[in-house]
Design a protein around this ligand. Structure first.
Ligand code: NAD
Length: 491
């Protein structure tokens, strides 16, 4: 995982993909900063209102006029597989591009993001000729059946925290199911997905099926969702924006929406966990990976009283061992925060929680990175209660609150005491307790004796409560890109 020189990476001008071509946006330019050192990376040419319209119209035309939705599904599968192969072969370009423009370190981008994006595409490609309709049980003088059809144009709106991976989650199932897509990446991490789209075109994806429009939410995201030719919206981002998008879809449709939103996920450690030191490592990683800027970050530790001191001290050691650094250095183990305002927001929540009586065991302030980027120290907050802001709000930084419990029931109640319901981790050596947790916890995903995903695009992911509606990944995400039509035939 060699380090690299960031100034060698220069994204090409013309960051919108419309009708299969790179197009220079006619909207206002936005300066994009490199998170690691807050230096300007490039000026982003954003799409004008006309260009957003054109991207959607081109997508609608490609959906109607290309054979993408009508060919043998295996033909789509072949193109998508070729795309995945090209992505993997492009590692030396894509990984540094992702690392320099986002919070992902070069080690992570090389070992995971690029490979995982390619595998996600392969996974969804496989469904193309395996998911169809159904035949109903009817009387013998009839035939009742359902067939599946793609929606048409799907708008995909993505966040900044894992730019390639999030694009893969949205675009791969939509295309595999026969739709056309218009993707709006985050204005903070806009460049690596342009390369992704170019590789799709090189793989043989008909022009117009995968478009990218660049810009912020107000100027580009909102009109894209409201466009009359957009039939469905799939969004990943904050709960606040998800609500605004749902409203836009209600006012201009109603259109179906998939919303993958924020979280405040608990990690429950019981005294009977088989290896407490290993468990502490899992807990620490679950909140420091990508500096906590992960939707499923395990941000609330709930630990059984008798092992609390031991677990907390092992987590503190791990927090203190992390080395902040620029994403392009191979030895960096703590990512930058995406921006200085976001680091200020994290610090504000920590300071107010401290002022309200919490104790900071380690961290609690900005980390001095070797560059001018925004870094935040991995922070352990003890002595917190359900009322504290750090326990209630999604922080999206490396901040772990600690609450202790005596009995299992109390642990489950604390875990569920949140408006969010994205994920939860349970560490126990007792199989029955793990299964009780699975039933009791209000979370879209429950991990037992592990935390987070590795290659589990095979399983659906999505949240309950304020964490969202619908699923990404797994068969459910593929099916969410299809609508079903019912037929009843009288003989
Ligand atoms: P954000 O909501 O600020 O922005 C997400 C995207 O929405 C961006 O592309 C933005 O430009 C766009 N946008 C903003 N306003 C819009 C509007 N009115 N209409 C249309 N688009 C609009 O989120 P973020 O800060 O980029 O990402 C962090 C958030 O994403 C966190 O809350 C995190 O938990 C969440 N997230 C969730 C998952 C999941 O699977 N549940 C995965 C990753 C991130």
């Amino acid at each position: 995982m060699a380090s690299f020189t960031p100034d060698q990476i220069i994204p090409t001008h013309g960051s919108n993909i419309i009708g299969g071509c790179r197009v220079v946006g006619q909207g206002p330019a936005l300066t994009v900063l490199r998170p690691s050192d807050a230096k300007p990376f490039a000026d982003l040419d954003t799409a004008s209102a006309d260009q957003v319209d054109r991207a959607v119209e081109d997508a609608a035309r490609a959906f109607k006029q290309s054979d993408w939705a009508r060919v043998e599904p295996r033909q789509r599968m072949k193109v998508l597989r070729r795309w995945a192969d090209l992505i993997e072969a492009d590692m030396d370009v894509l990984a540094p591009l992702e690392a320099v423009g986002s919070t992902r370190t070069i080690a992570e981008a090389r070992a995971w993001d690029v490979w995982y994006t390619a595998e996600t595409i392969r996974f969804f490609a496989e469904f193309a000729d395996k998911v169809g309709g159904d035949v109903a049980a009817t009387s013998h003088d009839k035939l009742g059946l359902t067939i599946t059809e793609p929606y048409g144009v799907i708008a995909a709106i993505a966040p900044w925290n894992l730019p390639l991976v999030m694009a893969g989650w949205k675009v791969a199932p939509a295309l595999a199911a026969g739709n056309a897509v218009v993707l709006k990446p985050s204005e903070m991490t806009p460049f690596s997905v342009v390369r992704l789209a170019e590789l799709a075109i090189e793989a043989g994806l008909p022009p117009g099926l995968f478009n990218i429009v660049q810009g912020d939410g107000r100027q580009v995201g909102d009109p894209l969702c409201r466009h009359p030719l957009v039939s469905k919206v799939t969004f990943t981002g904050s709960t606040r924006t998800g609500i605004a998008i749902m409203q836009a879809c209600a006012e201009t449709g109603p259109k179906p929406v998939t919303l993958e939103l924020g979280g405040k996920s608990p990690q429950l450690v019981f005294a009977d966990a088989s290896d407490l030191d290993k468990t502490a490592g899992i807990v620490a990683r679950a909140i420091t990976l990508n500096a906590g800027q992960v939707c499923v970050a395990g941000s609330r530790l709930l630990v059984q009283e008798q092992v609390a001191d031991r677990v907390i001290s092992a987590i503190r050691d791990r927090f203190q061992a992390l080395r902040p650094g620029p994403t392009w250095e191979a030895g960096t183990s703590l990512s930058p925060i995406i921006s200085h305002p976001q680091a200020d927001r994290i610090d504000g929540i920590v300071s107010r929680t401290k002022a309200a009586g919490a104790e900071v065991l380690t961290g609690g302030g900005r980390a001095s990175g070797p560059q001018d980027g925004a870094f935040y120290q991995p922070t352990l907050l003890v002595g917190v209660t359900r009322e504290h802001e750090a326990v209630r709000e999604e922080i999206f930084g490396p901040v772990l609150t600690v609450q202790t419990f005596r009995e299992e029931e109390e642990a489950f109640a604390l875990a569920n005491d949140s408006g969010f319901g994205l994920a939860a981790g349970v560490h126990t050596g007792d199989v029955s307790r793990a299964l009780r947790a699975l039933r009791a916890l209000e979370a879209g995903t429950v991990w037992v004796n592990r935390y987070g995903r590795s290659n589990d695009f095979i399983l659906p992911t999505g949240g309950f409560k304020k964490s969202g509606i619908g699923k990404d990944l797994g068969r459910e995400a593929y099916e969410a890109n299809l609508k079903s039509k019912t037929m009843l035939i009288e003989f």
